[in-house]
Design a protein around this ligand. Structure first.
Ligand code: CA
Length: 240
């Protein structure tokens, strides 16, 4: 089945170039030149098969891409989003990922790299819509507390209620689960999960830990699984 992509970009020549090249790769591509047009496309698509990924420019005439992405996630839409921006600061990258983006590219980018990342997000999220690909090596089901996580299908349930996590939340969760009882510094988490080296914007890590606690702890103010280690970082404690 053809994957459908939405390109949200107001620079028309760039939007047309992306559409042409993505179509040459075999994707079905729609273009929206504003956040408003993108929202309309998404509402229409939600009545059909929906989009498989969105290539989202940060600089749009009406609403910035961060905000559009954040609203999508709030509305429960977890379609993979690759953000494009002219700005290269790490803060922007983090801002995009905090808004719920799956990947981030700085303009000018190489077309080959964008195509590779599109393929990658489609592979990673192919389980959505029942188009599951071959399970990755090391796929497994993990349970702790009231949670049960299937890293193969990305099905997450807490007390039997299914829960949607962003790709980054899943990646962070997996890193904790793969490193039980080890103290993980914020810097290590930034490097291994966010892929940001020598970077000290550690509040981002704290924000994501707060989200994991909200999802998985019975009492987020008295965590049993995602523990703070004073002056050092965080530690994941599985069930005793
Ligand atoms: Ca733009």
């Amino acid at each position: 089945m053809t994957s459908r992509l939405l390109v949200v970009e107001d620079e028309e020549h760039l939007a047309a170039g992306l559409k042409l090249n993505l179509e040459l790769e075999g994707y079905g591509v729609d273009v929206a030149t504003s956040a408003r047009a993108a929202s309309e496309r998404l509402v229409e698509a939600a009545q059909g098969v929906g989009y498989d990924a969105i290539v989202l420019d940060v600089m749009l005439p009406d609403l910035d891409g961060f905000e559009l992405c954040r609203r999508l996630r709030e509305a429960g839409n977890f379609v993979p989003v690759i953000m494009l921006t002219a700005r290269s600061s790490a803060e922007d990258r983090v801002r995009g990922l905090e808004a719920g983006a799956d990947d981030y590219m700085v303009k000018p980018f190489s077309l080959e790299e964008l195509l590779a990342r599109v393929r990658s997000v489609l592979r990673r999220r192919a389980w959505e819509g029942g188009r599951r690909t071959t399970p990755s090596l090391g796929a497994k089901i993990v349970a702790f507390g009231r949670a049960r996580i299937d890293f193969d299908t990305h099905d997450v349930a807490v007390s039997g209620e299914s829960l949607k996590l962003t790709q980054l939340e899943l990646d962070l969760l997996r890193y904790f689960i793969d490193n039980p009882l080890r103290v993980l510094s914020r810097e290590e988490l930034m490097e291994k999960v966010w892929k940001l080296r020598n970077y000290s914007y550690t509040r981002t890590v704290d924000n994501f830990i707060a989200r994991l606690r909200k999802h998985f702890e019975e009492d987020a103010t008295d965590p049993r699984h995602f523990l703070s280690v004073r002056g050092a970082g965080y530690k994941f404690v599985p069930d005793p």
